[in-house]
Design a protein around this ligand. Structure first.
Ligand SMILES: [Fe+2]
Length: 347
């Protein structure tokens, strides 16, 4: 009877959840020092090389089911290359391609290289100019004999090299206008908005954390304080527990890698983090903790400037560089690339 029982049922008036994007599939990192960058990921983070070609090397974490999840590409600068999202089916791929084209951000189909393990992909850019693609076809990874695990359900053996990260987890991009890019991720890609930080005027967004899967966030957009476009803040790898993050700090410090922040714990996302700069100059995170989200009607957690503070729950304050340093550096090239992008109107 109305009005007599506890209010356990409510009407959700939001659009029906979309599950066309399965997860973050792969990330391409540009490096002006590709040999040293490769050393960092292979020897210190413990990733495995699966393929090399002219300017690129493809790597994987031991727990990644895909053939490759990180592509290092030699470049004159730093920053993100192409960010790849796997769809849940071929039909879902078709639907997202139509939506991306309708948003005016599509660039066309491209055949993936032999080393990626992926089939054709549809290239596009987010409103800020970051290069992205969606794909479904994925070759099942078969570990060579020397890397085959004795565990039938583990794609590749745990080799115990360096920090030995399990898998890729998420990336944080900078954006000139967080709100426009957040709406693009929600409306066009179907991501769920997990947490956001608002300026005290309540209108503009400092940052938004989004995901297409139960992983807390696979994509974050944060305000670019230099108002450039197409830049990244960091790319993140998962380890199984907080002790593994501490071990990663030991490994990086022993090898002369600059540790910028952590190990400490964030308030939003509850992530236990360690940020370092790989030798090419990009910020890389080793990450654990956090939490999974299963609620289909998740209510976004919103923080104001005081509540969020510097983003640290406990541990040392984040340095100024955490706000001011990003890749690539602000220069004419990064801005001119992005200004070619047509405006996306989310309303
Ligand atoms: Fe992160």
């Amino acid at each position: 009877m109305p009005g007599t029982g506890p209010e356990t049922i409510r009407t959700d008036t939001r659009p029906e959840p979309m599950h066309d994007i399965a997860h973050l599939g792969s990330f391409e990192l540009l490096s002006p020092k590709p040999d040293r960058t490769l050393w960092y990921f292979r020897e210190l983070l413990g990733m495995e090389v699966v393929h090399s070609e002219k300017d690129s090397v493809f790597l994987r974490g031991y727990g990644d089911y895909a053939t490759s999840t990180l592509k290092i590409t030699a470049s004159s600068t730093t920053g993100p290359g192409c960010i790849s999202w796997r769809t849940t089916s071929p039909q879902a791929l078709d639907r997202r391609v139509r939506a991306i084209e309708a948003a005016g951000l599509g660039e066309g189909w491209e055949e993936a290289g032999a080393g990626s393990g992926r089939g054709r992909a549809y290239r596009f850019r987010d409103p800020d100019g970051h290069r992205m693609e969606v794909y479904f076809d994925e070759q099942r990874y078969r570990a060579p004999d020397h890397l085959r695990s004795t565990l039938k359900n583990l794609p590749m053996k745990f080799v115990g090299r360096g920090a030995n990260v399990r898998r890729i987890d998420h990336l944080a991009l900078l954006a000139k206008d967080v709100g426009v890019n957040r709406k693009f991720a929600q409306q066009v890609l179907g991501f769920q908005l997990r947490e956001q930080v608002l300026f005290n005027d309540g209108r503009d967004e400092i940052g938004s954390w989004l995901s297409p899967s139960p992983v807390h966030h696979q994509l974050a957009y944060v305000t670019d304080v230099k108002q450039a476009q197409g830049r990244m803040h960091h790319f993140s790898f998962w380890v199984d527990n907080r002790e593994d993050v501490l071990r990663a700090a030991d490994v990086l410090a022993e090898n002369g890698i600059f540790i910028e922040a952590g190990p400490s714990k964030h308030n939003n996302s509850q992530g236990f983090y360690l940020y370092s700069y790989e030798p090419g100059g990009n910020r890389i995170e080793v990450y654990s903790g956090s939490y999974l989200v299963f609620a289909p009607d998740w209510e976004t957690v919103t923080w104001n400037e005081e509540e969020r503070g510097t983003g640290v729950f406990w541990g040392a304050p984040l340095p100024e560089s955490f706000i001011n340093y990003a890749t690539p550096p602000v220069d004419a090239a990064s801005v001119s690339t992005a200004t070619k992008i047509p405006a996306f109107d989310p309303y």
